[in-house]
Design a protein around this ligand. Sequence first.
Ligand SMILES: NC(=O)C1=CN([C@@H]2O[C@H](COP(=O)(O)OP(=O)(O)OC[C@H]3O[C@@H](n4cnc5c(N)ncnc54)[C@H](OP(=O)(O)O)[C@@H]3O)[C@@H](O)[C@H]2O)C=CC1
Ligand SMILES: O=C(O)C1=N[C@H](C(=O)O)C[C@H](O)C1
Length: 247
Amino acid sequence: MTRVAVIGANGRMGSTSVQAIEDSADLEVVARIDVGDDLAAITEAGAHVALVFSTPDVALDHVRWCVEHGIHAVVGTSGFDDARVASVRELGAEHPGIGVLVVPNFSIGAVLMMKFAEVAAPFFESVEVIEMHHPDKVDAPSGTATRTAELIAAAREAAGSAPLPDATTDDPDGARGAKVAGVPVHAVRARGFIASQEVVLGDTGEILSLRHDSSTRESFMPGVLTALRWVSEHPGVTVGLDVALDL
Ligand SMILES: NC(=O)C1=CN([C@@H]2O[C@H](COP(=O)(O)OP(=O)(O)OC[C@H]3O[C@@H](n4cnc5c(N)ncnc54)[C@H](OP(=O)(O)O)[C@@H]3O)[C@@H](O)[C@H]2O)C=CC1
Ligand SMILES: O=C(O)C1=N[C@H](C(=O)O)C[C@H](O)C1
């Protein structure tokens, strides 16, 4: 049995993950950490792997604590940007046996949507990302949208694509969205959504829409379990579930 500590265990994703881990045959929850709990409970419980679903303001501290204490970490918290990844990578060099897997989105469908967007991006003149989430989400744009925009930008740069066409000169209220790696990203927050994203690719006379919807948090659980099984066998810092899925 792989012994798992869940950090942010009382939250929406933490509590759903606790249930999924308990329902699996080969993983067990040995520590449930939330606000006010001492992280020492993780080592005292003999955890092998920590699943981090705490809030973006504290997740880096949690991951660093895990690496320093010889615990592999799967990071689900959003906002884990390049600077945070670099900080963990630097720390990880002092703990070479430890694996850290940062996963912007655990849903297999969302991972495929990001991959399809990366493949398609150089073939279209225009591309924009629209992400839609529940209004209790604290960060925008979503980690998924940020990762998607970065993958799109890298694919277009590698292919030598032209800049995205846009004649807008007057946009005092930011109606054209945030620019992530140069790609427009639009964030919707509305009751009824869990997590959705549409990548709109346009060229003369055609539009390709790549849309993914998670309507329950259970949609993330196969990816969470895959990541927990994968991480201890893969030392170093890895970004994206696509790597663990051999995509
Ligand atoms: N990678 C993926 O596929 C997915 C990622 N996410 C991301 O996961 C993160 C969590 O999302 P969600 O579960 O909806 O959010 P929640 O706010 O429901 O859960 C976060 C939990 O972390 C707790 N927490 C806050 N500070 C600490 C601390 N210092 N120590 C321990 N626990 C702490 C919170 O407690 P309290 O409420 O008391 O502050 C809360 O219980 C977000 O960044 C979200 O974007 C979400 C869905 C899928
Ligand atoms: O907060 C959420 O709910 C989600 N957060 C992640 C993100 O920011 O991309 C993953 C998913 O979109 C749900």
